[in-house]
Design a protein around this ligand. Structure first.
Ligand code: HSE
Length: 437
């Protein structure tokens, strides 16, 4: 056995650079915890000349992944390049070669989990993916190990730091979405192309990964209902605040009598709800277990520091497996492969929720009566109504805000479709679901 644990790193973006810095600054403490020095001996990047402000003098660099994959001295392959196709090949090849693998690639695990997890399960090496969800919140280990003795009934949380930062700016500074997004980009939080964050896809990737572990099955990412925050306006933030709610972007999955229900979208949470006070780039994940009750995990969900620590936790665990010669680590998703079956979600149309609806209408006699009649036709009962705005002229647009009692999603969608074509409608109708508990 070598005197060192050798790591090969693929990708030196924010997370990769953070890992190099962390290992360099915390070398002694990590060596004590592992019992051996851990060193990054090889690196692969797409551009060798790019300035990164890192000391790479002890790392042999290349642009070719085989530089790491074909090296028998590399114990741990660290995949931080992101994307689907090349990352998949790198991970599968490394696993086949008996290496331990650590990845932060949530998109790959969420969309191709049915390929990656079985391969990881059958491989002798350790497979770590803690960084894929929550970064400074160790939710993967918590679900797989800490809560392995309970039946998980619900996971719900704020798992996208960028969206949460934008919604916080909108709520606290009255900003419009576009301005808050620009601020998040200036702060280096949101990517230049922020689509994955603001359209809810990043949060959905994280939810599917948690569900695979919590509910012992493989869920199809394409079945998940996903909405981002880009249609939330400063006006909605104001109205909902007057009603005692905060708008948050929440990823949620729960067991119901009909099966597992899961969705990712903005929600109104009552101001005294625990998620209401999760602000800026913080994440918070609530897990409800049948025996344990509710547990709340809170921490930074993004950034080089928290991400590097999450990656290093997996590296340390991989080192311990290597040190003890353990050939078959625990299953990466908590149960044996044979028991890991495809699972279907309850269709979104059948879920029940309370709703916030904002109609932008021309102020005309009978409009409210018409809307109420259509809602009643589809069994949607109204809990409260406010009409806002002071039209200066007849038929000037005003907002009618309604809060409904619990209704069925399909009924709401059909009713809104019927109202949409009416001549009094002066703009897009807003729908935001309400988190009951
Ligand atoms: N872009 C993600 C977020 C961080 O804003 O939460 C990486 O998962």
């Amino acid at each position: 056995m070598s005197d060192f644990i050798n790591v090969g790193i693929l990708g030196l973006g924010n997370v990769g650079a953070g890992v190099v810095r962390l290992l360099s600054e915390k070398r002694t403490i990590i060596e004590k915890r592992v019992g051996k020095p851990v060193r990054i001996t090889k690196g692969v990047v797409s551009n060798l000349t790019q300035k990164r402000g890192l000391d790479l003098s002890e790392i042999q660099m290349s642009t070719n992944p085989e530089h790491i994959l074909n090296d028998p001295d590399i114990d741990i392959v660290l995949e931080l390049i992101g994307g689907l196709s090349l990352a998949e090949t790198i991970i599968l090849t490394a696993l086949k070669k008996g290496k331990s693998v650590v990845t932060a690639n949530k998109a790959l695990l969420a969309e191709k989990g049915s390929i990656i997890f079985p391969a990881a399960h059958d491989a002798p090496g350790f497979f770590g993916f803690e960084t894929s969800v929550g970064t400074a919140i160790p939710i993967i280990r918590t679900l797989r190990e800490g809560f392995a003795g309970d039946e998980i009934l619900k996971i719900s949380g704020i798992v996208n730091g960028t969206s949460n930062y934008i919604l916080t700016c909108m709520a606290q500074e009255g900003m419009e979405f576009e301005d808050a997004l620009e601020k998040a980009q200036e702060k280096g939080l949101a990517e230049t192309d922020p689509t994955l964050d603001i359209q809810g896809i990043d949060a959905a990737h994280k939810l599917i990964i948690m569900m695979n572990i919590a509910f012992n099955g493989v869920f199809d990412f394409s079945e998940l209902y996903i909405e981002g925050i880009s249609d939330i306006t400063a006006l909605d933030i104001r109205y909902t605040s007057q009603l005692g709610y905060t708008i948050k972007h929440v990823a949620k999955a729960q067991t119901t009598k009909a099966g597992i229900e899961a969705h990712v979208h903005p929600v109104l949470v009552p101001r005294d709800h625990i998620l209401s006070s999760v602000n800026n780039a913080f994440n918070s994940i609530l897990v409800l277990g049948e025996f344990m009750g509710s547990s709340n995990l809170y921490g930074l969900g993004a950034g080089p520091g928290p991400s590097a620590v999450a990656v290093m936790g997996d590296i340390v665990e991989a080192c311990r497996y290597i040190q003890t010669g353990q050939q078959r680590p625990i299953s990466p998703f908590s149960i044996p492969l044979e028991a890991w079956t495809p699972r279907q979600l309850v269709p979104m149309e059948t879920i029940r929720s309370e709703y916030y609806l904002r109609f932008h209408v021309r102020d005309r006699l009978g409009v409210l009566a018409f809307i109420s009649r259509i809602l009643a036709k589809y069994r949607i009962s109204v809990r409260s109504v406010i009409q806002t705005g002071e039209p200066t002229k007849k038929e000037n647009p005003v907002d009618i805000v309604l809060i409904t009692h619990e209704a069925v999603e399909a009924d709401i969608q059909t009713a809104l479709e019927e109202i949409k074509g009416q001549s009094f409608i002066a703009g897009r109708t807003q729908l935001i679901r309400i988190e009951a508990e």
